[in-house]
Design a protein around this ligand. Structure first.
Ligand SMILES: C[S@@+](CC[C@H](N)C(=O)[O-])C[C@H]1O[C@@H](n2cnc3c(N)ncnc32)[C@H](O)[C@@H]1O
Length: 316
């Protein structure tokens, strides 16, 4: 596999411009993936700087470690960026705070394309979808174990699927005969549950449901707000955090956390002066999210739904 076939980094030049690695002595990539963004950062870091690359997927850690082994300051970490504060060995390197953080959320192309991982409705595989293959919950557990109501809510909320009710019921009915074991088996059940005219329009009928199951299996949204907030607290004054999202719910969470960091005051609007004492923690660098330009969209259609937001930690 070539480096770029693992995953093509999205909005790389925009991320590098915002992070300005040239001025950083410590940076973190919380979603290392194939290491494309990290390589751009490492190329620009000054001598003696450290870059920590976190991923919950051991495949990504191995691939990126091989790609980035020539950079002395690179430190791969297998873990969840939700635990960033606890898993970064900052003390070991005498680092008080980091100057740049990147979170490029969701799955990598490698995870989607590797048929054996069970992320893809088009490739026959056991229903897995775990980014971290040591995690206890798989898509098989969700599909066969959750009650129909819970499945409906997940498919509706995380998949934004208008036929969520029909799909959840079809799954519940099918698994009464025998457990649903494979991606293609599930894709067929979903397809049959969707009215024929709708099946013919838009993307593959199983796309939204598979996305929803992936988000549930990997707990991608529960706790994301707290994780982004905690990461921001690790920034040095002037330090920048970039977050790339691919889902409207993810983007809304990041937007709201950034707003709260900019204006944490909890005084009622009628209060003449602030009495809560909570001061702004960051300024927002992207009043509107940055999206990929036409050139990038032509060469990498996966960039279509990507939104990039950034904040800078305030000097206090
Ligand atoms: C979109 S890819 C990142 C691609 C990367 N920026 C590159 O240039 O190759 C997302 C990666 O983040 C990882 N990931 C997603 N959520 C994570 C989490 N909470 N903690 C650690 N890694 C996570 C996935 O396993 C995947 O490898």
């Amino acid at each position: 596999m070539t480096e770029s076939s693992y995953h093509t980094p999205i909005m790389l030049s925009q991320v590098l411009e915002l992070l300005s690695p040239e001025r950083c002595m410590a940076t973190v990539d919380g979603t290392l993936g194939g290491g494309g963004h990290s390589e751009g950062i490492l190329e620009r870091l000054p001598a003696g700087a450290h870059h920590f690359g976190i991923d919950r997927d051991l495949d990504a850690i191995n691939a990126a470690s091989e790609r980035l082994s020539k950079y002395e300051g690179f430190h791969p970490i297998h873990g969840n960026f939700f635990d960033m504060k606890d898993i970064l060995p900052l003390e070991e390197y005498g680092i008080q705070a980091v100057d740049g953080i990147l979170l490029d959320l969701g799955v990598s192309s490698h995870q989607l394309d590797d048929g054996s991982r069970g992320f893809s409705y088009g490739q026959e595989a056991p229903l897995d979808m775990r980014m971290d293959r040591t995690a206890p919950l798989s898509a098989r557990d969700v599909v066969n174990g959750y009650d129909a109501r819970k499945l409906f809510e997940i498919i509706r909320d995380y998949g934004e699927e208008r036929f969520a009710y029909r799909i959840a019921n079809a799954i519940a009915e099918a698994r009464e005969k025998a457990p649903i074991e494979t991606t293609t088996e599930l894709a067929e059940i979903i397809k049959a549950a969707i009215p024929a005219p709708a099946r013919r329009e838009g993307p593959h009928p199983a796309r939204r449901t598979f996305q929803a199951l992936r988000i549930e299996v990997n707990s991608e949204l529960a706790g994301l707000a707290e994780a982004v907030k905690n990461a921001a607290m690790l920034l040095s004054p002037g330090g920048v955090m970039c977050v790339i999202t691919f889902h409207s719910l993810e983007d809304r969470i990041v937007k709201n956390v950034f707003r709260e960091l900019k204006d944490p005051c909890t005084c009622p609007p009628s209060a003449p002066i602030c009495i809560c004492g909570k001061k702004p923690i960051a300024e927002i660098l992207t009043p509107k999210p940055i999206t990929a330009d036409e050139d990038e969209l032509l060469s990498n259609p996966r960039a279509r739904s990507a939104k990039l937001r950034a904040i800078r930690r305030i000097h206090i």
